[in-house]
Design a protein around this ligand. Structure first.
Ligand SMILES: Nc1nc2c(ncn2[C@@H]2O[C@H](COP(=O)(O)OP(=O)(O)OP(=O)(O)O)[C@@H](O)[C@H]2O)c(=O)[nH]1
Length: 656
């Protein structure tokens, strides 16, 4: 995408550069056209004014050379007669009427006004004209004075002084001709070959006081007038530039503070400048318009460029988004598949809304419709009533302590009503921005795992039991007896009760085996064991096969007397079986001999600290075994209770 963007930017840059160059060249050309046009108008007006001046001066010179006029003036000045006065007045009137002067007067060389078209007059020439009078006689030719305004006339004017000489060439008098500028000079400035609204020409005259506008100004109401230009106002002001001697084409601000393009040129043999000007806004309106067009085009180019770049970026972003979406969909599929395979769903519990959001797998585990947001109560309603209080308490604790949640419980699956085991894990989270508090975690159906665990537990218990049961007789074996003896000994110590044990041996069993065979011997052992177990009966009593044809019966809480009584009962029970034993000593039936011993474990322990518990328990068995030995010695089929006197009567192969 970066390559495309670079290509686009380069293409647009080249286009913009070409466009700008074309536009700049056209602008320069147009500027030259405007300036050349303005210059041409200025030159035309200057030459028109120059021609007009020359014409006026030539007319005046002819008047100066008019001998008839000079003679009449000479005679009237000497005689002051009416004839010559009438002649002179007619001539002055004809000057006013024919040559359209506003006034014509005869003045003497000292500047006194002597005669007008209406008759004799008096008064002095205005100061400026009086000053110019000396020059007029000195150069013996007419002079144009001013363009100005004075109290003498109510219009802007300029005047011509025309010298008259007598026959001897002596200064005789002068004719003062006054011309209204608005009817003579100004029309020459007003002819413009364009329809421009802002184009105008000014006659400007420089004197000691500064620059004087000497032409009507469009924007000012009191035109025609003469007015000194304000100078020094602003850099680039038109008057400042003229004062500094700028001529030709230049750009400035005029008296209205408008930007203007101007050209200034001097009228030959005069103090006058002609300034032609035009508002730049109007002159370059077309260029300005083109400026806007170029700007608009530039802006369009920029917009197009940014639009293209944005499109490129959007395309990239769209592609990235599409890839992300595809990846996300794939990951969701994988996640769903993983959830299904592991039977794990996830959930989020919103603490403030008290609602659950669950993944499809979590919904499936609970048997609820996907997409629903069950409330806490609806969620709890799915929990097996047996576990509901525990689940509620665990949840409450997790929220209170913000500790991770971990529990296993049963649910009643909606739909099929099955009881399922689930494992719930959860962590407390709080969104930093929204302050939203949630418990987010997983829920897994562990029913099968639980069933397997339970089966294993049963199997383990069975095995455990198996290890402690004698396989032939199905009563407890020696291991189970030893464990029970240890436990009961402790209990007796704690409860300060007594404990008794019976050691039982089948009489002359070897002979039985020899006579009836080993298998019959096994059957005999089974029947004896079953009978002993049935006859003991009291909870806590334990019948165990001690080894070979010997059995032991543990009697918790029994004293010597009680042990003897139980022993007797057992002996009777075996006799009542009436199992034939041809080689038996008594009645030809199976009988047993019983040795009994009981003890108060505390009493036994006192003064015997050196012995361990097991050693002390073994002592009890040993005593019972001794009593059994005594019973055998005494003729068998009897019960003997251990007495201290038996201390030295130990059986030949003591097993303890
Ligand atoms: N059939 C069978 N016989 C066993 C089993 N265990 C031990 N015996 C036998 O039991 C007999 C025990 O004999 P002895 O200990 O000599 O004593 P007795 O013959 O019973 O004579 P007294 O004990 O003195 O009355 C032996 O012959 C053993 O082989 C068993 O599991 N099955």
């Amino acid at each position: 995408m970066f390559g495309w963007a670079l290509l686009l930017v380069t293409a647009f840059a080249v286009m913009a550069w070409a466009l700008w160059n074309t536009y700049a060249a056209r602008e320069v050309r147009f500027r030259h056209q405007v300036e050349a046009g303005l210059n041409a108008v200025n030159q035309l007006q200057i030459s028109a004014i120059g021609a007009w001046r020359a014409h006026e001066l030539a007319e005046a010179q002819m008047l100066s050379d008019d001998e008839t006029l000079a003679t009449a003036a000479s005679l009237w000045l000497k005689q002051r007669d009416p004839t010559h006065e009438a002649l002179l007045r007619t001539r002055l009137r004809s000057l006013v009427e024919r040559l359209q002067y506003s006034g014509a007067f005869l003045v003497d060389p000292q500047g006194r006004r002597l005669l007008g078209a209406q008759g004799p007059t008096d008064g002095q020439l205005p100061a400026v004209e009086a000053e110019a009078l000396a020059q007029v006689f000195a150069q013996a030719g007419p002079v144009i004075v001013g363009l100005r305004r004075s109290s003498s006339f109510d219009f802007a004017y300029f005047s011509m002084l025309v010298p008259l000489f007598d026959m001897d060439g002596q200064s005789l008098a002068a004719v003062w001709l006054v011309m209204d500028a608005s009817t003579t000079l100004y029309p020459l400035l007003q002819g413009w070959p364009t329809t421009s609204h802002s184009a105008e020409s000014l006659l400007v005259q420089q004197d000691e006081q500064g620059l004087l506008y000497a032409s009507p100004l469009r924007q000012w109401d009191d035109a025609p007038l003469t007015r000194y230009m304000a100078t020094g106002h602003a850099a680039g002001a038109l008057s400042d530039q003229l004062m500094r001697g700028v001529r030709g084409v230049f750009y400035a601000h005029d008296y209205r503070h408008h930007g203007v393009v101007a050209t200034a040129g001097a009228v030959p043999d005069s103090p006058w400048l002609v300034v032609s000007k035009m508002d730049t806004a109007e002159a370059f309106a077309e260029v300005q318009q083109r400026n806007w067009q170029v700007l608009g085009l530039g802006a369009s180019l920029v917009l197009l460029l940014s639009g293209s770049l944005a499109l490129l970026w959007l395309r990239g972003a769209w592609q990235r988004e599409r890839t992300l979406k595809r990846d996300l969909q794939e990951h969701m599929l994988w996640l769903d598949a993983a959830q299904k395979a592991a039977a794990i769903g996830y959930y989020a519990y919103d603490l403030s809304a008290k609602t659950y959001r669950a993944s499809p797998m979590a919904c499936e585990i609970f048997g609820i419709e996907p997409g629903l947001t069950p409330t806490r109560d609806q969620w709890l309603a799915r929990v097996d009533p047996r576990d509901r209080d525990r689940v509620w308490e665990k949840n409450r604790q997790a929220i209170l302590t913000r500790q991770p949640l971990h529990m296993q419980h049963r649910i009643l699956r909606q739909g099929d009503g099955q009881t399922r085991w689930i494992e719930v894990l959860g962590d407390y989270t709080e969104d930093q921005e929204t302050q939203r508090q949630r418990i987010v975690g997983t829920v897994q159906d562990i029913t099968e795992r639980k069933q397997t665990e339970e089966a294993l537990e049963r199997y383990r218990s069975a095995l455990e039991a198996q290890v402690r049961i004698d396989p032939l007789t199905q009563v407890a074996n020696r291991l189970a007896l030893d464990e029970a003896l240890g436990q009961e000994w402790e209990r007796a110590e704690r409860g300060r009760t007594s404990l008794a044990i019976l050691m039982i041996d089948i009489d002359l069993f070897k002979a039985y085996n020899d006579h009836y065979g080993h298998l019959a011997g096994d059957e005999c052992l089974r029947r004896v064991a079953l009978t002993l177990a049935s006859a003991t009966g009291r909870a806590g009593d334990m019948v165990a096969r001690y080894g070979g044809e010997e059995f032991a019966v543990l009697l918790p809480g029994a004293t010597d007397e009680q042990a003897q009584a139980v022993g007797e009962r057992l002996r009777e029970a075996i006799r009542e079986l009436r199992m034939a034993h041809r080689e038996g000593m008594v009645d030809g039936i199976i009988t047993i001999s019983v040795g009994a011993a009981s003890v108060q474990p505390l009493a036994l322990a006192a003064g015997d600290d050196a012995h361990t518990l097991l050693q002390r328990a073994a002592e009890l068995v040993r005593r019972a075994d001794t009593a059994l030995y005594v019973a055998k010695q005494a003729g068998r089929d009897q019960v003997c209770v251990w007495q201290p006197t038996m201390m030295h009567a130990s059986p030949p192969n003591s097993r303890h």
